[in-house]
Ligand binder design. Structure first.
Ligand code: GLU
Length: 354
């Protein structure tokens, strides 16, 4: 049995056909979470649906707006409606809920990141279920995540969860889009996310959510690197959470990589935005891939971006393919004459297999 899990529910599952919150779906999820909590399992709920619920409230039947400023304002209307519904859902089982709104900066500033973790843990110790959404109302349009799949994966890494459940309006990852190909079948298990899978996921999207399968795969990739088993499953099952955690075939299961990245390394690899690129030579490539060494200045043959000391950068091999991500100890401006160690191995995550 898992001891910590993150359960994310997409907009198309949280809301009904007219955009209001679908209380029956929330109730079933809450019932499962409460029964898990009684077994000692700590769960973070990541909920979408604020914008859709907000527009159902103030849109008066008009077409959904597209401009970011209005959508952000609408999220401010929907977020409390969403929380009220989660509160009612959990009250049936005697649990309270606590709202935690996160934005990308909360994941990229290590201090914020650790504080967010402390808050989630403190909520659990009060027997309160943390309910997370992106801080849509004030998030910078340029840098906001825009989909809760990645937020959920980052939260799973943040709290050291064993399981990440992405509950959606399909039973899992299918071999094709069932609207176009009725013979589509469920992929039950994935041990490595490769190019063919990315192609299957394509650009599938439902009408109201922003994630689609592509962002679920990106989230699964992040989570499985962090050692988190990820399940994509249907949100409208009778016991959506319990089924996805326990039953084989109740969704698509992504097995975690055998070597779990340390939390700080996963944070470097997936949470911190990259500010530039270092291109390395063959010798440095070997040193990184096979000997776990730091990246030295002699191995760097070129760079892009105006990164400064402490920024995250991508490291690319002679073939241009991504090799690693790391925090630089030298600013771009000082690279030519600078120090020997450009990225110390403690701050370096190798992302390419040998
Ligand atoms: N944060 C958005 C909302 O609550 C949803 C993002 C998503 O669809 O994943 O409306």
């Amino acid at each position: 049995m898992t001891s910590r899990a993150v359960v994310k529910i997409g907009t198309s599952s949280v809301t009904d056909e007219v955009g209001g919150v679908d209380q029956a779906v929330l109730n079933r999820i809450a019932d499962d979470v409460v029964s898990l909590a009684r077994d000692g399992v700590e769960v973070v709920v990541v909920t979408s649906g604020a914008i859709t619920a907000g527009w159902a409230d103030v849109g008066r039947g008009r077409a959904r707006p597209r401009d970011a400023v209005t959508l952000q304002a609408v999220s401010a209307v929907g977020q409390p409606l969403l929380m009220q519904s989660w509160r009612e859902a959990f009250a049936r089982g005697g649990r309270g809920v606590g709202q935690v709104l996160l934005s990308p900066l909360d994941f990229s500033h290590r201090g914020q990141y650790l504080r967010a973790r402390a808050t989630l843990e403190a909520l659990w110790s009060l027997d309160v279920v943390p309910v997370v959404n992106e801080n849509d109302a004030v998030a910078d349009e340029e840098i906001r995540f825009g989909d809760n799949d990645r937020i959920a994966a980052l939260v799973a890494n943040l709290v050291g969860a064993e399981h990440l459940l992405l509950l959606t309006d399909t039973p899992g990852l299918l071999t094709a889009d069932p609207r176009l190909d009725p013979s589509a079948t469920l992929i039950e298990e994935v041990s490595a996310i490769d190019a063919s899978l990315v192609e299957i996921a394509g650009v599938s999207r439902s009408g109201v959510g922003s994630g689609g399968m592509a962002s679920k795969l990106a989230a699964a990739r992040m989570a499985t690197w962090s050692g988190v088993t990820t399940v994509i499953a249907g949100a409208r099952a009778e016991h959506p959470v319990r089924a996805a955690l326990g039953e084989v075939g109740a969704g698509t299961v992504f097995r975690p990589r055998p070597e779990r990245l340390a939390a700080r390394k996963a944070w470097i690899a997936f949470a911190v935005p990259s500010r530039g690129v270092l291109r390395i030579n063959q010798g440095a490539l070997q040193a990184l891939l096979h000997h776990g060494r730091s990246l030295l200045r002699v191995g760097v043959v070129g760079h892009d971006g105006a990164f400064v000391e402490g920024d995250a950068v991508e490291v690319r091999g002679p073939d241009g393919v991504l090799v690693a991500k790391g925090l630089v100890r030298v600013a771009a401006a000082d690279l030519d004459g600078g120090d020997d160690v450009v990225v110390h191995r403690d701050d370096l995550v190798v992302l390419r297999s040998r």
